[in-house]
Design a protein around this ligand. Structure first.
Ligand SMILES: C[S@@+](CC[C@H](N)C(=O)[O-])C[C@H]1O[C@@H](n2cnc3c(N)ncnc32)[C@H](O)[C@@H]1O
Length: 319
């Protein structure tokens, strides 16, 4: 466990052990951080510790110990934990994140999947820890455009439509209900450093301009909705990566990017094993550039220009 930012002195503890700098406060904070890690995987340390410290400061000093003790009796899906985890998670995301990885998916991964799923003609994709949905919509758009380039989808007056018996679906999951609401709405704004900051012009084909829902919105801000022909392939639901049973099965392509960096190695391995349960043999796992594969018995590593990707081996998950 990381060295606590909130440390106490003998004088502090003698004065009021549950004041911000008191020993009781520090013990309660450490106990709450362990509760967070065992329920959500997020490892203790800097940012999480500061956020939890601030939340605990809002609890009356006399009630801190009892509050933490009662939190630690509650399951991860209890509303108290749910509202706490909303404050702790980092939701940074945007369309077309890591362009080399997107390009590698188009050039290497989708052709691999097209080939091995030739007889079933069905592709199931999963954006695990999708935040506000941009990654899930990226996967749907990318796959539709790829299949169109392979004459397995065509333009109609409503957009790209799959043909030739092919079907596709994308599931986006996240622990945070707040971001899932945005994901389901599928409406994003052009604010600086927002969701469409790095979107190349051809990607904008998936968006249409919409009026602001709040008439008081800043006039310089424009809003864009994901077009229905992309949205109709995407669904969202809440899922905690710490659950050992995945929310879906027979997945052909799972993206799990920019989330395992917040987890300890043992938890990363546990989540990768859960992902192996969800992915069908021959299917692909993408972890992004910052996390390496630890559940090596279930996947074979491939190295592309956009980083590593992993093909699910045909072995049963025993763990
Ligand atoms: C930085 S975002 C990454 C979004 C997207 N994958 C990307 O790469 O742009 C991390 C997301 O992981 C989610 N998250 C954190 N812990 C989680 C857990 N235990 N289960 C499911 N989602 C979790 C957060 O709510 C957040 O939306």
């Amino acid at each position: 466990m990381a060295t606590p930012l909130y440390s106490s002195t003998a004088a502090d503890s003698a004065a009021d052990p549950f004041s911000k700098a008191g020993r009781g406060f520090t013990l309660a904070l450490n106990s709450l951080m362990s509760g967070v890690e065992s329920r959500f995987g997020i490892k203790p340390g800097g940012l999480v510790e500061r956020k939890l410290g601030r939340i605990m400061e809002a609890v009356p000093a006399a009630a801190v110990e009892a509050w933490v003790a009662s939190m630690n009796t509650l399951a991860a899906d209890h509303p108290e934990w749910q509202s706490l985890v909303e404050c702790l998670t980092v939701h940074e995301t945007y369309f077309y994140r890591e362009p080399e990885l997107m390009e590698m998916t188009r050039r290497d991964i989708l052709p691999h999947l097209e080939q091995i799923r030739q007889s079933g003609r069905r592709l199931r994709l999963w954006s695990a820890a999708c935040s506000s949905g941009e990654e899930a919509y990226d996967l749907a758009f990318l796959t539709l455009k790829y299949l169109q380039s392979r004459q397995k989808a065509m333009w109609s007056e409503f957009g790209v439509r799959l043909t030739d018996g092919w079907s596709m679906s994308v599931l986006g999951t996240d622990i945070s209900n707040q971001v899932l609401r945005t994901a389901r709405d599928g409406v994003y704004s052009n604010i600086a450093m927002g969701s469409i900051r790095d979107m190349p012009p051809e990607w904008k084909e998936m968006l249409e301009s919409v009026p602001p829902t709040d008439p008081r919105a800043d006039r310089s801000e424009a809003f864009y909705a994901v077009r229905p022909w992309v949205r109709s392939y995407v669904n969202f639901s809440r899922f905690n990566l710490m659950d050992s049973r995945p929310p879906c099965e027979d997945i052909d392509l799972a993206f799990c990017r920019n989330v395992l960096i917040y987890f300890e190695d043992s938890v990363k391995r546990q989540v990768q094993t859960m992902l192996a349960r969800a992915i069908a043999p021959g299917g692909v796992l993408v972890l992004g550039s910052a996390v390496r594969l630890l559940a090596t018995e279930y996947f074979s590593s491939q190295f592309g220009a956009g980083g590593s990707w992993y093909i699910r081996n045909d072995v049963k998950v025993t763990a």
